[in-house]
Design a protein around this ligand. Structure first.
Ligand code: MLT
Length: 273
Protein backbone atom coordinates (compact mmCIF):
# COMPACT_ATOMS: atom_id res chain seq x y z
CA UNK A 1 0.00 0.00 0.00
CA UNK A 2 1.42 3.38 -1.04
CA UNK A 3 1.60 5.95 1.75
CA UNK A 4 3.31 9.17 2.77
CA UNK A 5 4.67 10.46 6.06
CA UNK A 6 5.71 14.00 6.92
CA UNK A 7 8.92 13.92 8.97
CA UNK A 8 11.95 16.19 9.37
CA UNK A 9 10.35 18.80 7.10
CA UNK A 10 9.98 16.49 4.11
CA UNK A 11 7.33 14.14 2.78
CA UNK A 12 8.49 10.53 2.53
CA UNK A 13 6.66 8.25 0.11
CA UNK A 14 6.77 4.57 0.99
CA UNK A 15 5.06 1.25 0.43
CA UNK A 16 3.99 -0.93 3.33
CA UNK A 17 3.13 -4.52 2.48
CA UNK A 18 1.41 -4.80 5.88
CA UNK A 19 2.44 -8.47 6.01
CA UNK A 20 2.02 -10.52 9.14
CA UNK A 21 5.67 -10.94 10.09
CA UNK A 22 8.41 -8.79 11.55
CA UNK A 23 9.28 -5.52 9.76
CA UNK A 24 11.86 -5.46 6.99
CA UNK A 25 12.91 -2.06 5.61
CA UNK A 26 14.57 -2.05 2.19
CA UNK A 27 16.41 0.98 0.78
CA UNK A 28 16.84 1.42 -2.97
CA UNK A 29 19.99 2.45 -4.83
CA UNK A 30 20.85 5.52 -6.88
CA UNK A 31 19.05 6.96 -8.80
CA UNK A 32 16.16 4.57 -8.42
CA UNK A 33 13.03 4.48 -6.27
CA UNK A 34 11.12 2.06 -4.11
CA UNK A 35 9.71 0.17 -7.10
CA UNK A 36 13.16 -1.45 -7.24
CA UNK A 37 11.84 -3.86 -4.59
CA UNK A 38 8.68 -4.83 -6.50
CA UNK A 39 9.62 -8.50 -6.90
CA UNK A 40 10.72 -8.86 -3.27
CA UNK A 41 7.54 -7.26 -1.90
CA UNK A 42 5.38 -9.39 -4.21
CA UNK A 43 7.06 -12.66 -3.20
CA UNK A 44 7.71 -12.08 0.50
CA UNK A 45 5.54 -9.12 1.53
CA UNK A 46 2.73 -11.26 2.93
CA UNK A 47 4.98 -13.30 5.24
CA UNK A 48 6.94 -10.22 6.35
CA UNK A 49 6.05 -6.57 6.76
CA UNK A 50 8.04 -4.91 3.97
CA UNK A 51 8.45 -1.14 4.28
CA UNK A 52 10.14 0.38 1.23
CA UNK A 53 10.64 4.15 1.31
CA UNK A 54 11.75 6.46 -1.46
CA UNK A 55 14.94 8.05 -0.18
CA UNK A 56 15.22 11.85 -0.04
CA UNK A 57 15.20 13.33 -3.57
CA UNK A 58 13.97 10.12 -5.22
CA UNK A 59 10.55 8.84 -6.33
CA UNK A 60 7.72 10.51 -4.45
CA UNK A 61 9.88 11.81 -1.57
CA UNK A 62 10.67 15.52 -1.35
CA UNK A 63 13.63 16.74 -3.37
CA UNK A 64 16.00 18.78 -1.27
CA UNK A 65 18.86 20.64 -2.91
CA UNK A 66 22.47 20.90 -1.80
CA UNK A 67 23.86 17.66 -0.49
CA UNK A 68 21.81 14.68 0.68
CA UNK A 69 24.24 12.86 2.96
CA UNK A 70 23.94 9.19 3.84
CA UNK A 71 23.45 10.28 7.46
CA UNK A 72 20.56 12.61 6.51
CA UNK A 73 18.90 9.75 4.63
CA UNK A 74 19.49 7.44 7.62
CA UNK A 75 17.90 10.01 9.94
CA UNK A 76 14.93 10.20 7.54
CA UNK A 77 14.51 6.44 7.77
CA UNK A 78 14.72 6.54 11.58
CA UNK A 79 12.06 9.26 11.66
CA UNK A 80 9.83 7.19 9.38
CA UNK A 81 10.24 4.21 11.73
CA UNK A 82 9.25 6.44 14.65
CA UNK A 83 6.12 7.46 12.73
CA UNK A 84 5.29 3.80 12.14
CA UNK A 85 6.00 2.84 15.75
CA UNK A 86 8.75 0.44 14.68
CA UNK A 87 11.59 0.26 17.12
CA UNK A 88 13.80 -2.46 15.66
CA UNK A 89 13.79 -3.73 12.09
CA UNK A 90 15.67 -5.83 9.59
CA UNK A 91 17.36 -3.18 7.46
CA UNK A 92 18.51 -3.81 3.93
CA UNK A 93 19.87 -1.67 1.15
CA UNK A 94 21.15 -2.02 -2.38
CA UNK A 95 24.19 0.01 -3.37
CA UNK A 96 23.50 3.59 -2.15
CA UNK A 97 20.78 2.01 0.00
CA UNK A 98 23.56 -0.09 1.52
CA UNK A 99 25.62 3.04 2.22
CA UNK A 100 22.57 4.43 4.02
CA UNK A 101 22.04 1.16 5.91
CA UNK A 102 25.64 1.26 7.16
CA UNK A 103 25.26 4.92 8.16
CA UNK A 104 22.04 3.95 9.98
CA UNK A 105 23.80 1.12 11.82
CA UNK A 106 26.52 3.50 12.97
CA UNK A 107 23.93 6.00 14.22
CA UNK A 108 21.30 3.62 15.61
CA UNK A 109 22.77 0.12 16.13
CA UNK A 110 20.10 -0.75 18.69
CA UNK A 111 17.37 -0.31 16.05
CA UNK A 112 18.82 -2.92 13.68
CA UNK A 113 17.80 -6.53 14.17
CA UNK A 114 19.64 -7.77 11.08
CA UNK A 115 21.30 -6.30 7.99
CA UNK A 116 21.03 -7.08 4.30
CA UNK A 117 23.81 -5.52 2.22
CA UNK A 118 23.16 -5.96 -1.50
CA UNK A 119 25.55 -4.89 -4.27
CA UNK A 120 27.20 -2.34 -2.04
CA UNK A 121 30.58 -1.55 -0.48
CA UNK A 122 32.02 -0.07 2.70
CA UNK A 123 34.71 2.24 1.37
CA UNK A 124 34.46 5.96 0.61
CA UNK A 125 35.06 7.60 -2.77
CA UNK A 126 38.60 8.54 -3.75
CA UNK A 127 39.38 12.02 -5.11
CA UNK A 128 38.83 11.00 -8.71
CA UNK A 129 35.41 9.47 -7.96
CA UNK A 130 34.44 12.61 -6.02
CA UNK A 131 35.35 14.79 -8.95
CA UNK A 132 33.42 12.59 -11.39
CA UNK A 133 30.35 12.77 -9.12
CA UNK A 134 30.49 16.57 -9.07
CA UNK A 135 30.85 16.72 -12.85
CA UNK A 136 27.96 14.29 -13.27
CA UNK A 137 25.82 16.31 -10.85
CA UNK A 138 26.45 19.50 -12.80
CA UNK A 139 25.78 17.83 -16.15
CA UNK A 140 22.55 16.24 -14.86
CA UNK A 141 21.38 19.64 -13.60
CA UNK A 142 22.15 21.22 -16.99
CA UNK A 143 21.13 18.45 -19.37
CA UNK A 144 18.81 16.14 -17.45
CA UNK A 145 18.88 12.53 -16.29
CA UNK A 146 19.78 11.15 -19.73
CA UNK A 147 23.40 11.89 -18.83
CA UNK A 148 23.26 9.51 -15.87
CA UNK A 149 21.37 6.85 -17.81
CA UNK A 150 24.00 6.88 -20.55
CA UNK A 151 26.90 6.54 -18.15
CA UNK A 152 25.35 4.07 -15.69
CA UNK A 153 23.13 1.74 -17.68
CA UNK A 154 25.83 -0.12 -19.64
CA UNK A 155 27.77 -0.83 -16.42
CA UNK A 156 24.74 -1.54 -14.30
CA UNK A 157 23.40 -4.70 -15.86
CA UNK A 158 25.12 -7.99 -16.64
CA UNK A 159 25.80 -8.53 -20.37
CA UNK A 160 23.13 -11.27 -20.47
CA UNK A 161 20.55 -8.86 -19.03
CA UNK A 162 21.53 -6.06 -21.40
CA UNK A 163 21.27 -8.34 -24.41
CA UNK A 164 18.47 -10.70 -23.45
CA UNK A 165 16.09 -8.83 -21.15
CA UNK A 166 14.93 -5.62 -22.83
CA UNK A 167 12.06 -5.20 -20.33
CA UNK A 168 14.60 -5.00 -17.47
CA UNK A 169 16.74 -2.53 -19.43
CA UNK A 170 13.75 -0.29 -20.15
CA UNK A 171 12.43 -0.57 -16.58
CA UNK A 172 15.78 0.58 -15.17
CA UNK A 173 16.02 3.37 -17.75
CA UNK A 174 12.50 4.63 -16.92
CA UNK A 175 13.20 4.47 -13.20
CA UNK A 176 16.32 6.61 -13.62
CA UNK A 177 14.65 9.07 -16.00
CA UNK A 178 11.84 9.50 -13.45
CA UNK A 179 14.25 10.90 -10.87
CA UNK A 180 14.51 14.69 -10.61
CA UNK A 181 17.98 15.97 -11.60
CA UNK A 182 18.06 18.07 -8.39
CA UNK A 183 17.43 14.98 -6.27
CA UNK A 184 20.07 12.98 -8.15
CA UNK A 185 22.63 15.81 -7.86
CA UNK A 186 22.05 16.07 -4.12
CA UNK A 187 22.53 12.30 -3.72
CA UNK A 188 25.70 12.35 -5.85
CA UNK A 189 27.11 15.12 -3.67
CA UNK A 190 26.07 13.18 -0.55
CA UNK A 191 27.70 9.97 -1.78
CA UNK A 192 30.86 11.89 -2.64
CA UNK A 193 31.35 12.86 1.00
CA UNK A 194 30.26 9.59 2.58
CA UNK A 195 32.59 8.25 5.22
CA UNK A 196 34.56 5.05 4.98
CA UNK A 197 32.58 2.46 6.95
CA UNK A 198 35.27 -0.24 6.95
CA UNK A 199 36.04 0.28 10.65
CA UNK A 200 32.36 -0.28 11.49
CA UNK A 201 32.24 -3.76 9.96
CA UNK A 202 34.00 -5.56 12.81
CA UNK A 203 31.56 -3.94 15.22
CA UNK A 204 28.45 -5.24 13.47
CA UNK A 205 26.91 -7.71 15.88
CA UNK A 206 23.66 -8.59 14.12
CA UNK A 207 22.99 -11.34 11.57
CA UNK A 208 24.07 -10.02 8.18
CA UNK A 209 23.32 -11.23 4.68
CA UNK A 210 25.54 -10.00 1.85
CA UNK A 211 24.26 -10.47 -1.69
CA UNK A 212 26.04 -9.50 -4.89
CA UNK A 213 25.71 -10.15 -8.59
CA UNK A 214 28.68 -12.17 -9.86
CA UNK A 215 28.98 -9.63 -12.69
CA UNK A 216 28.44 -6.47 -10.65
CA UNK A 217 30.82 -3.98 -12.28
CA UNK A 218 29.93 -1.03 -9.99
CA UNK A 219 30.30 -2.65 -6.56
CA UNK A 220 32.10 -5.88 -7.51
CA UNK A 221 32.05 -9.14 -5.52
CA UNK A 222 35.50 -8.24 -4.15
CA UNK A 223 33.88 -5.45 -2.08
CA UNK A 224 31.29 -7.89 -0.77
CA UNK A 225 34.13 -10.28 0.07
CA UNK A 226 35.72 -7.55 2.20
CA UNK A 227 32.47 -7.06 4.10
CA UNK A 228 31.99 -10.81 4.49
CA UNK A 229 35.51 -11.19 5.90
CA UNK A 230 35.04 -8.40 8.44
CA UNK A 231 31.42 -8.90 9.58
CA UNK A 232 31.51 -11.78 11.99
CA UNK A 233 29.11 -14.62 11.12
CA UNK A 234 27.89 -12.93 7.94
CA UNK A 235 26.49 -14.95 5.05
CA UNK A 236 27.44 -14.17 1.48
CA UNK A 237 25.52 -15.10 -1.61
CA UNK A 238 26.97 -14.45 -5.07
CA UNK A 239 24.25 -14.56 -7.72
CA UNK A 240 25.40 -15.96 -11.05
CA UNK A 241 24.40 -14.03 -14.16
CA UNK A 242 23.44 -10.87 -12.27
CA UNK A 243 25.05 -7.44 -12.44
CA UNK A 244 24.63 -4.47 -10.07
CA UNK A 245 20.86 -4.81 -9.55
CA UNK A 246 20.87 -8.45 -8.57
CA UNK A 247 17.39 -8.29 -7.02
CA UNK A 248 15.86 -7.17 -10.33
CA UNK A 249 18.06 -9.22 -12.65
CA UNK A 250 17.72 -12.50 -10.76
CA UNK A 251 14.69 -12.05 -8.46
CA UNK A 252 14.10 -15.76 -7.82
CA UNK A 253 17.66 -16.31 -6.56
CA UNK A 254 17.67 -13.05 -4.60
CA UNK A 255 14.30 -13.83 -3.00
CA UNK A 256 15.40 -17.32 -2.05
CA UNK A 257 18.49 -15.99 -0.27
CA UNK A 258 16.46 -13.27 1.47
CA UNK A 259 13.63 -15.61 2.49
CA UNK A 260 16.02 -18.19 3.95
CA UNK A 261 17.87 -15.48 5.85
CA UNK A 262 14.67 -13.94 7.26
CA UNK A 263 13.25 -17.30 8.25
CA UNK A 264 16.43 -18.28 10.10
CA UNK A 265 16.54 -15.10 12.22
CA UNK A 266 16.18 -15.72 15.94
CA UNK A 267 12.90 -14.53 17.43
CA UNK A 268 13.20 -11.48 19.62
CA UNK A 269 11.69 -11.23 23.08
CA UNK A 270 9.32 -8.27 23.35
CA UNK A 271 10.10 -7.11 19.81
CA UNK A 272 7.81 -4.77 17.96
CA UNK A 273 5.82 -7.10 15.71
C1 MLT B 1 23.88 2.89 -6.76
O1 MLT B 1 23.49 1.97 -7.49
O2 MLT B 1 23.27 3.22 -5.73
C2 MLT B 1 25.10 3.65 -7.17
O3 MLT B 1 25.68 3.07 -8.28
C3 MLT B 1 26.10 3.74 -6.06
C4 MLT B 1 27.29 4.58 -6.40
O4 MLT B 1 27.26 5.32 -7.38
O5 MLT B 1 28.28 4.51 -5.66
Amino acid sequence: MSKTARVRGIEIAYDDSAGAGAPVVLLHGFPFNRSLWREQAAALGAAHRFVTPDLRGHGGTTVTGGRATMEAMAEDVAALLDELGLNRVVLGGLSMGGYVALAFYRLFPERVRALVLADTRPQADDDKARQTREETAQRALREGMGVIVESMLPKMLAPATLEGEPHVVSRMREMMLGTEPEGAAAALRGMAVRRDQTDLLERIKVPTLIVVGAEDAITPPKDSGTMHALISGSLMNVIAGAGHVSNVERPAEFNRALAEFLEALPHEQGATP
